[in-house]
Design a protein around this ligand. Sequence first.
Ligand code: HEM
Ligand code: HEM
Length: 216
Amino acid sequence: MGTDPAGTVERNGRPARWFHAGVYVTVIVLLATGWWLQLGQEGRPSVLARATGASDAELHTVTGWVLAGLTALAAVVGARGWRTFWRESVRFHRGDAAWFRRWPAAIFTGRFGWHEGRFDPGQRIANLVLVVTLLALVVSGVGLALVSGGPAFVWFLLVHRWATYVVTPVVVGHVIIASGILPGYRGVWRAMHLGGHLRRTDATRVWPAWTDRHPR
Ligand code: HEM
Ligand code: HEM
């Protein structure tokens, strides 16, 4: 037949897609260079450092400022989007526990439990953890960049390290899920890339109530 009779649905608009792309490019560089420093490789330039000619610490700090700038810009320009994102992430419903019970199998079968709202219960938890830990990383990172010693530095470093331990597995999990390599999540990567449209059949499987409310 060629075309999908069920059509597609737009999931994320252009500003959200560009902000997301900016965040993930910077976060991936920050994770790579941050872990490199953490593992005591300061003296050995990583692939990224060799490619750019800057040291890993410089690369990390510059990218960190870019992420801090993006965050500030999004807070000002995207205030409305943030409010919606936050409101949709802090809601919990009857039925969420049942959704979680079905989740481990549904990752492979695609038979997810029904849930209300824009995000599924797993996304809502991931969203809260990501926002809190990334904000902690930005604030403590700016602190590390501006302060060169003393008790404040020690405190910033502690927050920065612990936030790194928490954020790393959550980002890895998000990328595995959102990339669509698991059968249950096939096709969802399109929600955030190219035109932000995904197939209705994929959207119905993952976000049933939301898809019902979006005819196009
Ligand atoms: C995803 C976000 C981030 C992650 C995962 C991350 C991770 C790390 C890690 C693991 C270290 C090494 C700590 C150690 O030596 O034990 C580090 C150091 C540092 N981070 Fe970040 N970071 C992030 C964001 C930022 C941001 C937004 C800034 C703001 C400018 C920043 C500034 C710094 C600075 C100045 C250092 C010390 C670098 C040096 O050794 O000279 N980081 N980061
Ligand atoms: C590396 C840092 C990244 C961070 C911090 C991040 C963060 C987020 C957040 C907070 C959301 C909102 C909804 C949700 O939790 O699913 C989201 C959505 C999404 N992300 Fe990422 N992301 C990152 C990387 C990636 C990458 C590399 C991909 C590539 C496949 C990706 C694909 C998606 C998709 C498809 C959505 C849309 C889900 C929806 O419409 O509900 N993300 N991301």
